[in-house]
Design a protein around this ligand. Structure first.
Ligand SMILES: Nc1ncnc2c1ncn2[C@@H]1O[C@H](COP(=O)(O)OP(=O)(O)OP(=O)(O)O)[C@@H](O)[C@H]1O
Ligand SMILES: [Mg+2]
Length: 350
């Protein structure tokens, strides 16, 4: 309903009452009074208009304003943080009932939104806990199995004792990896991890990471190369440690999900004051239906294959958070059997 002022409401009600009275007098005069007296009708009309107006004016104050004020006070108690406007008794004010109605509608809409947000959080929390316990279960059960076998006599069996200890150690490493990732993701999601910006040479950083991942890539005969040949440094303004995590995850993924003898190329280009980074592989690729969910936590295209490779599906979620914390975006293009390209930007520094 359209907002209207108190004065408009009172005028309309008074007019209605005056019209009814003038109409009744006219009908009376024409039917029984023996003639129509316009002056009497007009006087009655104006008199009734003024009387009704003042009567309503004095009724409105205690019966409507005071009650609306009380409701407002109650609303303020329930929603203390909300600014509920004080209604003053004035003819110039918007009708307080309409004001209250608008206010209550607004509050109801906000509550609905909050409720939906809480529902989403709740289902996210359930899903998150389910995923975490599922991921931790496998290594914990493995450790339990190896330790039980060792306790039940395996310790004195030289054919298995060292091997089982090593396997248990691997499972512990996996638990630590999951916990580290969870910690990073929690810090990133709660916003407690602001990027520590610094100016550094991204070319030197990439070369260093390629060197470090050389052994992993070699195992699958995958060549990892930086396509930019220039030896001149290319400076960016970013969190060096976090961007390193981004590269390590994306390059490791390109190797993990790459084909034997394949290649990973890291491309750098400049556009305005940004550096565009591309990490391209010719690996197994990802089919289109998986792409929209790829950056979700715990999302894996081929769960079996990923877990086999020691993956938890948290890597890309961390990557996305880091890039977004830098106020940038990351994109992915992929074709099954042809390969995958991840692209993101960073701010260039001079
Ligand atoms: N370059 C790629 N080629 C093909 N598939 C990929 C590629 N990168 C990621 N994926 C798919 O996306 C999924 C999610 O990747 P993500 O890095 O988040 O997890 P992960 O590698 O399985 O585990 P983590 O990185 O936590 O150790 C992977 O399981 C894999 O199925
Ligand atoms: Mg990964």
């Amino acid at each position: 309903m359209k907002d209207f002022k108190v004065s408009t409401l009172l005028i309309w009600l008074s007019l209605l009452s005056a019209l009814l009275c003038a109409g009744a007098l006219t009908v009376y005069q024409v039917s029984w009074g023996g003639g129509f007296d316009l002056a009497a009708v007009l006087i009655l009309f104006f008199a009734f208009f003024i009387i009704t107006f003042f009567v309503l004016y004095f009724i409105y104050n205690p019966f409507v304003f005071d009650k609306v004020k009380l409701v407002n006070e109650e609303l303020k108690k329930v929603i203390p943080q909300k600014e509920i406007p004080d209604t003053n008794f004035s003819l110039d004010e918007i009708d307080p009932i309409t004001q209250l109605e608008n206010e209550v509608k607004k509050i109801a809409q906000e509550r609905q939104k909050e409720l939906e947000h809480l529902k989403n959080l709740d289902s996210y929390r359930k899903e998150y806990l389910g995923n975490v316990s599922h991921e931790l279960k496998t290594p914990v059960f493995n450790i339990q199995g190896y330790v039980s076998t060792l306790i039940d006599g395996g310790l004195s069996d030289p054919t298995i004792n060292l091997d089982y200890l090593k396997r248990a150690d691997k499972s512990i490493e996996r638990i630590i990896h999951i916990i580290d990732d969870l910690e990073t993701i929690t810090q990133l999601e709660t916003g407690s991890l602001e990027p520590e910006y610094e100016k550094y040479d991204i070319i030197a950083q990439i070369k260093d990471i390629i060197e470090q991942l050389d052994m992993v890539a070699r195992k699958k005969n995958i060549s990892v190369t930086l396509t930019k040949k220039s030896d001149k440094p290319l400076y960016v303004l970013a969190d060096k440690f976090r961007i390193r995590q981004v590269f390590v995850n994306l390059i490791t993924n390109s190797v993990k999900y790459g084909r034997d003898g394949g290649k990973t190329e890291i491309g750098l280009s400049q556009y305005d004051d940004e550096v565009i980074v591309e990490i391209k592989d010719n690996g197994i690729g990802i089919s289109e239906e998986h792409l929209p969910r790829l950056f979700e936590r715990f999302y894996r295209v081929d769960k079996g294959r990923s877990r086999e490779q020691g993956g938890t599906g948290l890597g890309l979620a961390i990557v996305k958070h880091i890039i977004e914390a830098h106020q940038k975006t990351i994109g992915v293009k992929s074709k099954v059997g042809e390969g995958t390209i991840f692209t993101f930007t960073l701010n260039r520094s001079i």
